[in-house]
Design a protein around this ligand. Structure first.
Ligand SMILES: Nc1ncnc2c1ncn2[C@@H]1O[C@H](COP(=O)(O)OP(=O)(O)O)[C@@H](O)[C@H]1O
Ligand SMILES: [Mg+2]
Length: 252
């Protein structure tokens, strides 16, 4: 049975998309069948994986029954992707107010997830309907975090939302898989950075993963040239760190 992981943080720029693509391709390197789902209207994951979004159907069409989920699965270099697109924004209200609302993604996934070992969902930088849909559909939540000012803003609300979804039995088996620090080299050396990391360990104990992702220019460049790190710079620290993180996650 596929494990479904939501990559969530209400803050933007914390490497949600970078982590989704590179954990995804690390899993593929480990011989796993992987599906990536882009739930962010900015479609960074979609374009980085190499799917052009302009005139395509996207996940919002499937969420309003305008197409089948299988119509928007693209195989790119061994990994499957369900693409996103701009219409996610304008349809947010319609989807929020429909009877199936935040449960629709889960029911769409049910139709295809048995074909995979892992499904990774890249969430938008908010706690709106799409992120909640991912929390309803997933087994575990992974939170990338940068040890910089305001890193904790929004995190308590996210943890609270996960608790509500669990306690109200909307998704009773949801669990926090872990939090990991990304883009870490510079920030982790500052007093503020160290304080944030200490605070995370105090509050979340061993849910703070041992692997941190170092700041790595190849990771930054790989996104710019629309490649995963294993195709762009397989010997880079970024490739090594994401492989270590992926192994830690699957052995969790
Ligand atoms: N470890 C890293 N080292 C260097 N740059 C990184 C690293 N992780 C992410 N980035 C860069 O940070 C920016 C934001 O990352 P992104 O994955 O788009 O964040 P999010 O999806 O959370 O908004 C991107 O330009 C990305 O290339
Ligand atoms: Mg993103």
């Amino acid at each position: 049975m596929a494990k479904v992981y939501a990559i969530v943080n209400a803050k933007g720029g914390v490497a949600k998309t970078t982590s989704t693509i590179n954990i995804g391709y690390a899993l593929y390197k480990l011989g796993k069948k992987v599906l990536l789902i882009d739930l962010d209207a900015q479609a960074n994951l979609t374009s980085t994986v190499g799917v052009k979004t302009n005139e395509l159907l996207n996940i919002s069409d499937a969420l309003i029954d305008g197409c089948k989920i299988t119509d928007i699965v693209h195989n790119v270099s061994g990994v499957d992707l369900v693409n996103s697109g701009r219409t996610l924004i304008e349809r947010e209200h319609t989807i929020s107010n429909s009877v199936t609302g935040a449960v629709k993604l889960k029911s769409l996934l049910k139709k295809i997830k048995d074909g995979y070992d892992y499904v990774l969902i890249d969430c938008p930088p908010s706690l709106g309907i799409y992120t909640v849909s991912a929390l309803v559909a997933c087994n575990s939540v992974y939170i990338p975090m940068v040890a910089e000012p305001y890193a904790w803003d929004g995190l308590s609300r996210l943890l609270e939302t996960i608790s509500i979804i669990k306690d109200e039995e909307i998704n009773p088996s949801i669990e926090l898989g872990g939090l990991f620090f990304t883009n870490n080299s510079k920030n982790a050396q500052t007093i503020l950075g160290k304080t944030i990391i200490m605070e995370a360990k105090k509050q979340l104990g061993d849910k703070v993963l041992k692997t941190t992702i170092r700041t790595n220019v190849s990771l930054n460049e790989s996104i710019a040239v629309k490649k995963n790190i294993y195709d762009y710079a397989p010997e880079s620290n970024g490739a090594k760190d994401y492989m270590r993180l992926t192994k830690e996650i699957i052995n969790n």
